[in-house]
Design a protein around this ligand. Sequence first.
Ligand code: NZQ
Ligand code: ZN
Length: 395
Amino acid sequence: MKNFDCSIPTRIIFGEDGEKQVGKLIREYGFHKVLIHYGGGSVKRSGLLGQVKELLDKEGVGYVELGGVQPNPTLSLVREGIELCRKERVDLILAIGGGSVLDSSKSIGDGAGNPDRDVWDFFLGKAAPAGHIPVAAILTLSASGSEMSQSAVLTNEETGLKRGFNSPTHQPLFSICNPKLTYSVSKFQTGCGTVDIMMHTLERYFGWSKDSAITDRISEGLLKAVIEAGRIADQNPEDYEARATLMWAGSLSHNGLTGFGREFLMQVHQLEHELSGMYPRIAHGAGLSALWASWARYVCPAWPERFAQYASRVWNVDGDFEHPMNTALAGIKATEDYFKSLGMPVSLEELEVEPEKFEEMAEKCTNYGRRTLAGIRKLDKPEMIEIFKLAYPRR
Ligand code: NZQ
Ligand code: ZN
Protein backbone atom coordinates (compact mmCIF):
# COMPACT_ATOMS: atom_id res chain seq x y z
CA MET A 1 0.00 0.00 0.00
CA LYS A 2 1.35 3.42 -0.97
CA ASN A 3 1.45 6.34 1.49
CA PHE A 4 -1.55 8.63 1.38
CA ASP A 5 -3.12 11.69 3.00
CA CYS A 6 -6.81 11.23 3.77
CA SER A 7 -8.85 14.37 4.40
CA ILE A 8 -12.42 14.61 3.10
CA PRO A 9 -13.86 17.64 4.87
CA THR A 10 -17.17 17.97 3.00
CA ARG A 11 -20.21 17.59 5.22
CA ILE A 12 -22.82 15.36 3.55
CA ILE A 13 -26.45 15.79 4.48
CA PHE A 14 -27.93 12.66 2.99
CA GLY A 15 -31.54 11.62 2.62
CA GLU A 16 -35.11 12.71 2.04
CA ASP A 17 -35.99 16.39 2.48
CA GLY A 18 -32.38 17.43 3.15
CA GLU A 19 -32.82 20.51 0.97
CA LYS A 20 -35.29 21.92 3.48
CA GLN A 21 -32.37 22.63 5.81
CA VAL A 22 -30.49 24.80 3.35
CA GLY A 23 -31.56 28.24 4.64
CA LYS A 24 -30.94 27.34 8.26
CA LEU A 25 -27.56 25.79 7.47
CA ILE A 26 -26.35 28.81 5.54
CA ARG A 27 -27.47 31.17 8.29
CA GLU A 28 -25.77 29.02 10.94
CA TYR A 29 -22.51 29.06 8.99
CA GLY A 30 -22.78 32.86 9.04
CA PHE A 31 -22.94 33.65 5.32
CA HIS A 32 -24.78 36.78 4.22
CA LYS A 33 -24.94 36.81 0.44
CA VAL A 34 -25.30 33.74 -1.73
CA LEU A 35 -24.88 33.24 -5.45
CA ILE A 36 -27.43 30.59 -6.44
CA HIS A 37 -25.95 28.88 -9.50
CA TYR A 38 -27.87 26.41 -11.67
CA GLY A 39 -28.20 24.88 -15.11
CA GLY A 40 -30.58 24.95 -18.02
CA GLY A 41 -33.90 24.78 -16.22
CA SER A 42 -34.50 21.41 -14.50
CA VAL A 43 -34.41 23.11 -11.08
CA LYS A 44 -37.06 25.57 -12.21
CA ARG A 45 -39.30 22.85 -13.61
CA SER A 46 -39.03 20.78 -10.42
CA GLY A 47 -39.81 23.78 -8.21
CA LEU A 48 -36.56 23.29 -6.28
CA LEU A 49 -35.18 26.73 -7.13
CA GLY A 50 -38.31 28.49 -5.87
CA GLN A 51 -38.27 26.41 -2.72
CA VAL A 52 -34.62 27.30 -1.99
CA LYS A 53 -35.27 30.99 -2.48
CA GLU A 54 -38.17 30.85 -0.03
CA LEU A 55 -35.97 29.08 2.52
CA LEU A 56 -33.25 31.71 2.18
CA ASP A 57 -35.81 34.51 2.47
CA LYS A 58 -37.18 32.92 5.62
CA GLU A 59 -33.74 32.93 7.23
CA GLY A 60 -32.93 36.46 6.08
CA VAL A 61 -30.07 35.34 3.82
CA GLY A 62 -29.56 37.56 0.74
CA TYR A 63 -28.95 36.08 -2.71
CA VAL A 64 -28.42 36.72 -6.39
CA GLU A 65 -28.80 34.06 -9.04
CA LEU A 66 -27.09 32.93 -12.22
CA GLY A 67 -28.52 30.10 -14.32
CA GLY A 68 -27.58 28.74 -17.71
CA VAL A 69 -24.75 26.32 -16.89
CA GLN A 70 -24.60 23.87 -19.77
CA PRO A 71 -23.41 20.27 -19.55
CA ASN A 72 -19.61 20.50 -20.01
CA PRO A 73 -19.56 23.95 -18.37
CA THR A 74 -17.89 26.89 -20.05
CA LEU A 75 -15.33 29.51 -19.13
CA SER A 76 -17.45 32.42 -20.41
CA LEU A 77 -20.26 31.80 -17.91
CA VAL A 78 -17.67 31.37 -15.16
CA ARG A 79 -16.29 34.83 -15.99
CA GLU A 80 -19.81 36.23 -15.74
CA GLY A 81 -20.24 34.59 -12.34
CA ILE A 82 -16.94 35.99 -11.08
CA GLU A 83 -18.02 39.53 -11.99
CA LEU A 84 -21.36 39.03 -10.30
CA CYS A 85 -19.73 37.75 -7.10
CA ARG A 86 -17.45 40.78 -6.95
CA LYS A 87 -20.21 43.28 -7.65
CA GLU A 88 -22.63 41.73 -5.19
CA ARG A 89 -20.05 40.87 -2.49
CA VAL A 90 -21.10 37.23 -2.48
CA ASP A 91 -19.62 35.11 0.32
CA LEU A 92 -21.03 31.65 -0.58
CA ILE A 93 -21.86 29.98 -3.90
CA LEU A 94 -24.76 27.53 -3.74
CA ALA A 95 -24.69 25.07 -6.64
CA ILE A 96 -28.03 23.43 -7.41
CA GLY A 97 -27.55 20.73 -10.04
CA GLY A 98 -25.11 18.09 -11.22
CA GLY A 99 -21.38 18.06 -11.85
CA SER A 100 -21.46 20.83 -14.42
CA VAL A 101 -23.12 23.30 -12.05
CA LEU A 102 -20.80 22.27 -9.23
CA ASP A 103 -17.68 22.67 -11.34
CA SER A 104 -18.82 26.02 -12.68
CA SER A 105 -19.43 27.11 -9.08
CA LYS A 106 -15.99 25.93 -7.94
CA SER A 107 -14.37 27.80 -10.82
CA ILE A 108 -16.29 30.99 -10.02
CA GLY A 109 -15.17 30.59 -6.39
CA ASP A 110 -11.52 30.37 -7.50
CA GLY A 111 -11.79 33.35 -9.85
CA ALA A 112 -13.61 35.58 -7.39
CA GLY A 113 -11.15 34.72 -4.63
CA ASN A 114 -8.12 35.63 -6.77
CA PRO A 115 -8.85 38.97 -8.42
CA ASP A 116 -5.29 39.35 -9.77
CA ARG A 117 -5.34 36.10 -11.73
CA ASP A 118 -7.15 34.88 -14.81
CA VAL A 119 -9.15 31.86 -13.65
CA TRP A 120 -8.16 29.82 -16.75
CA ASP A 121 -4.50 29.97 -15.57
CA PHE A 122 -5.45 27.58 -12.77
CA PHE A 123 -6.76 25.06 -15.29
CA LEU A 124 -3.56 25.37 -17.31
CA GLY A 125 -1.50 24.66 -14.21
CA LYS A 126 0.18 28.08 -14.27
CA ALA A 127 -0.81 28.92 -10.69
CA ALA A 128 -2.75 27.61 -7.71
CA PRO A 129 -5.62 29.56 -6.17
CA ALA A 130 -4.58 31.39 -3.01
CA GLY A 131 -8.09 32.23 -1.84
CA HIS A 132 -11.63 31.32 -2.81
CA ILE A 133 -15.29 31.80 -2.15
CA PRO A 134 -16.60 28.52 -0.70
CA VAL A 135 -19.13 26.34 -2.46
CA ALA A 136 -22.07 24.39 -1.05
CA ALA A 137 -24.36 22.18 -3.10
CA ILE A 138 -27.78 20.67 -3.49
CA LEU A 139 -27.08 17.71 -5.74
CA THR A 140 -29.69 16.73 -8.35
CA LEU A 141 -27.76 14.12 -10.38
CA SER A 142 -25.60 11.21 -9.24
CA ALA A 143 -22.54 10.98 -11.45
CA SER A 144 -19.50 13.22 -11.16
CA GLY A 145 -18.80 12.98 -7.44
CA SER A 146 -18.01 16.69 -7.57
CA GLU A 147 -20.16 17.17 -4.47
CA MET A 148 -17.37 15.59 -2.41
CA SER A 149 -14.32 15.92 -4.65
CA GLN A 150 -11.43 18.34 -5.02
CA SER A 151 -11.81 18.39 -8.81
CA ALA A 152 -13.32 20.91 -11.17
CA VAL A 153 -13.50 20.50 -14.94
CA LEU A 154 -14.11 23.39 -17.31
CA THR A 155 -14.14 23.98 -21.08
CA ASN A 156 -12.59 26.99 -22.75
CA GLU A 157 -14.97 27.35 -25.71
CA GLU A 158 -12.49 29.46 -27.66
CA THR A 159 -9.85 26.73 -27.79
CA GLY A 160 -12.04 23.62 -27.34
CA LEU A 161 -9.81 22.60 -24.42
CA LYS A 162 -11.49 20.86 -21.52
CA ARG A 163 -9.29 20.80 -18.47
CA GLY A 164 -9.60 19.80 -14.85
CA PHE A 165 -7.54 20.54 -11.80
CA ASN A 166 -7.64 19.51 -8.18
CA SER A 167 -7.48 21.95 -5.32
CA PRO A 168 -8.51 21.96 -1.65
CA THR A 169 -10.49 25.10 -2.52
CA HIS A 170 -12.84 22.82 -4.50
CA GLN A 171 -13.93 20.71 -1.59
CA PRO A 172 -17.54 21.78 -1.01
CA LEU A 173 -18.33 23.00 2.49
CA PHE A 174 -21.47 20.89 2.54
CA SER A 175 -23.52 18.95 0.02
CA ILE A 176 -27.16 18.11 0.42
CA CYS A 177 -27.88 14.76 -1.25
CA ASN A 178 -31.53 13.78 -1.46
CA PRO A 179 -31.98 10.75 -3.75
CA LYS A 180 -35.57 11.78 -4.51
CA LEU A 181 -34.25 14.86 -6.32
CA THR A 182 -32.79 12.48 -8.91
CA TYR A 183 -36.10 10.76 -9.76
CA SER A 184 -36.59 13.15 -12.69
CA VAL A 185 -33.16 12.43 -14.24
CA SER A 186 -33.65 10.96 -17.74
CA LYS A 187 -32.82 7.37 -18.61
CA PHE A 188 -29.88 8.56 -20.67
CA GLN A 189 -28.40 10.77 -17.94
CA THR A 190 -28.97 7.99 -15.39
CA GLY A 191 -26.93 5.69 -17.64
CA CYS A 192 -24.23 8.34 -18.04
CA GLY A 193 -24.11 8.74 -14.28
CA THR A 194 -23.87 5.00 -13.63
CA VAL A 195 -20.97 4.74 -16.08
CA ASP A 196 -19.17 7.74 -14.58
CA ILE A 197 -19.53 6.42 -11.03
CA MET A 198 -18.16 3.02 -12.07
CA MET A 199 -15.39 4.68 -13.99
CA HIS A 200 -14.14 6.77 -11.07
CA THR A 201 -13.56 3.53 -9.19
CA LEU A 202 -12.31 1.56 -12.20
CA GLU A 203 -9.72 4.17 -13.13
CA ARG A 204 -8.26 3.87 -9.66
CA TYR A 205 -8.59 0.07 -9.64
CA PHE A 206 -6.58 -0.12 -12.86
CA GLY A 207 -3.80 2.09 -11.56
CA TRP A 208 -0.35 0.55 -11.52
CA SER A 209 0.45 -0.16 -7.86
CA LYS A 210 0.19 -3.80 -6.91
CA ASP A 211 -0.81 -4.06 -3.25
CA SER A 212 -3.92 -2.52 -1.77
CA ALA A 213 -6.16 -5.36 -0.65
CA ILE A 214 -8.59 -3.26 1.37
CA THR A 215 -8.99 -0.67 -1.35
CA ASP A 216 -9.57 -3.49 -3.84
CA ARG A 217 -12.35 -4.98 -1.74
CA ILE A 218 -14.00 -1.58 -1.15
CA SER A 219 -13.88 -0.93 -4.89
CA GLU A 220 -15.24 -4.32 -5.90
CA GLY A 221 -18.12 -4.03 -3.42
CA LEU A 222 -18.95 -0.53 -4.60
CA LEU A 223 -18.91 -1.64 -8.25
CA LYS A 224 -21.25 -4.56 -7.58
CA ALA A 225 -23.72 -2.31 -5.75
CA VAL A 226 -23.62 0.31 -8.51
CA ILE A 227 -24.10 -2.26 -11.29
CA GLU A 228 -27.23 -3.56 -9.59
CA ALA A 229 -28.59 -0.13 -8.67
CA GLY A 230 -27.91 1.18 -12.18
CA ARG A 231 -30.02 -1.64 -13.62
CA ILE A 232 -32.87 -0.98 -11.22
CA ALA A 233 -32.86 2.82 -11.68
CA ASP A 234 -32.85 2.30 -15.45
CA GLN A 235 -36.07 0.29 -15.17
CA ASN A 236 -37.68 2.13 -12.26
CA PRO A 237 -36.48 5.73 -11.89
CA GLU A 238 -38.38 6.15 -8.63
CA ASP A 239 -36.80 3.26 -6.75
CA TYR A 240 -35.49 5.04 -3.66
CA GLU A 241 -32.90 2.46 -2.62
CA ALA A 242 -31.40 2.30 -6.10
CA ARG A 243 -31.27 6.09 -6.40
CA ALA A 244 -29.77 6.31 -2.90
CA THR A 245 -27.12 3.70 -3.72
CA LEU A 246 -26.13 5.57 -6.87
CA MET A 247 -26.01 8.87 -5.03
CA TRP A 248 -23.83 7.73 -2.14
CA ALA A 249 -21.65 5.61 -4.44
CA GLY A 250 -21.15 8.67 -6.68
CA SER A 251 -19.68 10.57 -3.75
CA LEU A 252 -17.59 7.66 -2.44
CA SER A 253 -16.29 6.74 -5.86
CA HIS A 254 -14.55 10.06 -6.41
CA ASN A 255 -13.74 11.36 -2.93
CA GLY A 256 -10.50 9.39 -2.70
CA LEU A 257 -11.82 6.30 -0.86
CA THR A 258 -11.44 3.89 -3.78
CA GLY A 259 -7.91 5.10 -4.53
CA PHE A 260 -6.17 5.35 -1.17
CA GLY A 261 -2.92 3.38 -1.28
CA ARG A 262 -2.94 3.17 -5.07
CA GLU A 263 -1.16 5.07 -7.84
CA PHE A 264 -3.30 6.00 -10.82
CA LEU A 265 -3.85 8.67 -13.42
CA MET A 266 -7.35 8.15 -14.88
CA GLN A 267 -6.23 7.67 -18.48
CA VAL A 268 -9.73 7.13 -19.88
CA HIS A 269 -10.86 10.41 -18.32
CA GLN A 270 -7.97 12.24 -19.97
CA LEU A 271 -8.90 10.77 -23.35
CA GLU A 272 -12.59 11.51 -22.80
CA HIS A 273 -12.00 15.15 -21.89
CA GLU A 274 -10.65 15.68 -25.41
CA LEU A 275 -13.86 14.19 -26.80
CA SER A 276 -16.32 16.32 -24.84
CA GLY A 277 -13.96 19.32 -25.12
CA MET A 278 -14.09 19.20 -28.92
CA TYR A 279 -17.67 17.94 -29.06
CA PRO A 280 -19.53 19.67 -26.21
CA ARG A 281 -22.73 17.81 -27.22
CA ILE A 282 -21.13 14.56 -25.94
CA ALA A 283 -22.02 13.83 -22.32
CA HIS A 284 -19.02 12.87 -20.19
CA GLY A 285 -20.47 9.47 -19.21
CA ALA A 286 -21.29 8.63 -22.83
CA GLY A 287 -17.73 9.46 -23.89
CA LEU A 288 -16.37 7.21 -21.15
CA SER A 289 -18.59 4.27 -22.10
CA ALA A 290 -17.60 4.64 -25.75
CA LEU A 291 -13.89 4.51 -24.87
CA TRP A 292 -13.46 2.24 -21.86
CA ALA A 293 -13.58 -1.24 -23.40
CA SER A 294 -11.16 -0.29 -26.19
CA TRP A 295 -8.78 1.25 -23.69
CA ALA A 296 -9.09 -1.87 -21.51
CA ARG A 297 -8.40 -4.30 -24.39
CA TYR A 298 -5.40 -2.20 -25.39
CA VAL A 299 -3.73 -2.04 -21.97
CA CYS A 300 -4.88 -5.44 -20.67
CA PRO A 301 -1.88 -7.48 -21.98
CA ALA A 302 0.35 -5.40 -19.68
CA TRP A 303 -1.42 -6.82 -16.60
CA PRO A 304 -3.99 -9.50 -17.50
CA GLU A 305 -4.11 -10.88 -13.93
CA ARG A 306 -5.53 -7.58 -12.73
CA PHE A 307 -8.29 -7.61 -15.32
CA ALA A 308 -8.94 -11.28 -14.53
CA GLN A 309 -9.38 -10.41 -10.84
CA TYR A 310 -11.89 -7.72 -11.83
CA ALA A 311 -13.76 -10.18 -14.09
CA SER A 312 -13.95 -12.83 -11.46
CA ARG A 313 -14.76 -10.72 -8.38
CA VAL A 314 -17.07 -8.14 -9.96
CA TRP A 315 -18.68 -10.09 -12.83
CA ASN A 316 -18.43 -13.62 -11.39
CA VAL A 317 -16.60 -14.84 -14.49
CA ASP A 318 -15.15 -18.35 -13.98
CA GLY A 319 -11.38 -18.02 -13.74
CA ASP A 320 -9.29 -19.66 -16.47
CA PHE A 321 -6.10 -19.99 -14.43
CA GLU A 322 -3.97 -21.21 -17.30
CA HIS A 323 -5.10 -18.36 -19.53
CA PRO A 324 -5.87 -15.29 -17.38
CA MET A 325 -6.22 -13.29 -20.59
CA ASN A 326 -9.42 -15.21 -21.40
CA THR A 327 -10.91 -14.32 -18.03
CA ALA A 328 -9.73 -10.72 -18.41
CA LEU A 329 -11.37 -10.33 -21.82
CA ALA A 330 -14.61 -11.85 -20.56
CA GLY A 331 -14.74 -9.20 -17.81
CA ILE A 332 -14.20 -6.41 -20.33
CA LYS A 333 -16.95 -7.83 -22.52
CA ALA A 334 -19.31 -8.10 -19.53
CA THR A 335 -18.70 -4.41 -18.76
CA GLU A 336 -19.31 -3.44 -22.36
CA ASP A 337 -22.53 -5.49 -22.49
CA TYR A 338 -23.70 -3.84 -19.28
CA PHE A 339 -23.13 -0.36 -20.72
CA LYS A 340 -25.08 -1.40 -23.82
CA SER A 341 -27.92 -2.70 -21.66
CA LEU A 342 -28.23 0.79 -20.18
CA GLY A 343 -28.48 2.22 -23.69
CA MET A 344 -25.01 3.73 -23.53
CA PRO A 345 -22.79 4.00 -26.61
CA VAL A 346 -19.81 1.64 -26.81
CA SER A 347 -18.16 3.12 -29.90
CA LEU A 348 -17.10 6.52 -31.20
CA GLU A 349 -19.01 5.87 -34.41
CA GLU A 350 -22.26 5.93 -32.45
CA LEU A 351 -21.24 9.36 -31.11
CA GLU A 352 -20.54 10.56 -34.65
CA VAL A 353 -16.97 11.52 -33.82
CA GLU A 354 -14.97 12.14 -37.01
CA PRO A 355 -11.91 9.86 -37.31
CA GLU A 356 -9.98 12.71 -38.93
CA LYS A 357 -10.09 14.46 -35.51
CA PHE A 358 -8.22 11.64 -33.70
CA GLU A 359 -4.82 13.16 -34.36
CA GLU A 360 -5.84 16.56 -32.98
CA MET A 361 -7.51 14.97 -29.95
CA ALA A 362 -4.36 13.01 -29.16
CA GLU A 363 -2.16 16.08 -29.70
CA LYS A 364 -4.29 18.02 -27.22
CA CYS A 365 -4.25 15.09 -24.78
CA THR A 366 -0.44 15.21 -24.71
CA ASN A 367 -0.75 18.92 -23.92
CA TYR A 368 0.89 19.56 -27.29
CA GLY A 369 3.75 17.17 -26.72
CA ARG A 370 4.40 18.09 -23.10
CA ARG A 371 3.08 14.95 -21.35
CA THR A 372 2.53 11.23 -21.65
CA LEU A 373 -0.11 9.44 -19.59
CA ALA A 374 1.36 7.10 -16.97
CA GLY A 375 -0.51 3.86 -16.37
CA ILE A 376 -0.20 0.10 -16.42
CA ARG A 377 0.69 0.87 -20.00
CA LYS A 378 2.11 4.33 -20.72
CA LEU A 379 0.22 6.26 -23.40
CA ASP A 380 1.86 8.72 -25.76
CA LYS A 381 0.30 10.23 -28.87
CA PRO A 382 0.53 7.12 -31.13
CA GLU A 383 -1.02 4.90 -28.46
CA MET A 384 -3.84 7.40 -27.89
CA ILE A 385 -4.61 7.47 -31.62
CA GLU A 386 -4.60 3.68 -31.65
CA ILE A 387 -7.17 3.56 -28.83
CA PHE A 388 -9.40 6.10 -30.60
CA LYS A 389 -9.20 3.96 -33.75
CA LEU A 390 -10.02 0.77 -31.84
CA ALA A 391 -12.97 2.54 -30.23
CA TYR A 392 -14.41 3.78 -33.52
CA PRO A 393 -16.30 0.90 -35.16
CA ARG A 394 -19.85 0.29 -34.05
CA ARG A 395 -20.19 -3.08 -32.29
O1 NZQ B 1 -29.07 21.93 -16.86
P1 NZQ B 1 -30.26 21.27 -16.31
O2 NZQ B 1 -31.53 21.77 -16.87
O3 NZQ B 1 -30.26 21.25 -14.80
O4 NZQ B 1 -30.24 19.73 -16.81
C1 NZQ B 1 -29.18 18.83 -16.50
C2 NZQ B 1 -28.24 18.56 -17.67
O5 NZQ B 1 -28.89 18.76 -18.89
C3 NZQ B 1 -29.77 17.48 -16.23
N1 NZQ B 1 -30.20 17.29 -14.84
C4 NZQ B 1 -29.48 17.46 -13.70
N2 NZQ B 1 -30.24 17.14 -12.65
C5 NZQ B 1 -31.46 16.79 -13.11
C6 NZQ B 1 -31.44 16.89 -14.51
N3 NZQ B 1 -32.53 16.61 -15.27
C7 NZQ B 1 -33.65 16.22 -14.64
N4 NZQ B 1 -33.72 16.08 -13.29
C8 NZQ B 1 -32.67 16.36 -12.50
N5 NZQ B 1 -32.76 16.18 -11.17
O6 NZQ B 1 -28.73 16.57 -16.53
C9 NZQ B 1 -27.92 17.08 -17.57
C10 NZQ B 1 -26.46 16.79 -17.28
O7 NZQ B 1 -26.02 17.50 -16.15
P2 NZQ B 1 -24.45 17.62 -15.80
O8 NZQ B 1 -24.31 18.42 -14.56
O9 NZQ B 1 -23.72 18.07 -17.01
O10 NZQ B 1 -24.07 16.09 -15.55
P3 NZQ B 1 -22.93 15.44 -14.65
O11 NZQ B 1 -23.30 15.49 -13.23
O12 NZQ B 1 -22.68 14.14 -15.26
O13 NZQ B 1 -21.66 16.40 -14.83
C11 NZQ B 1 -20.86 16.32 -15.97
C12 NZQ B 1 -19.68 17.25 -15.85
O14 NZQ B 1 -18.90 16.92 -14.69
C13 NZQ B 1 -17.53 16.76 -15.09
C14 NZQ B 1 -17.67 16.23 -16.50
O15 NZQ B 1 -16.47 16.33 -17.23
C15 NZQ B 1 -18.76 17.12 -17.05
O16 NZQ B 1 -18.25 18.37 -17.45
N6 NZQ B 1 -16.82 15.93 -14.12
C16 NZQ B 1 -16.52 16.48 -12.94
C17 NZQ B 1 -15.81 15.83 -11.97
C18 NZQ B 1 -15.47 16.48 -10.69
N7 NZQ B 1 -15.62 17.78 -10.58
O17 NZQ B 1 -15.04 15.84 -9.74
C19 NZQ B 1 -15.33 14.46 -12.18
C20 NZQ B 1 -15.92 13.78 -13.36
O18 NZQ B 1 -15.02 12.80 -13.82
C21 NZQ B 1 -16.29 14.64 -14.50
O19 NZQ B 1 -15.16 14.86 -15.35
ZN1 ZN C 1 -15.88 11.19 -14.60
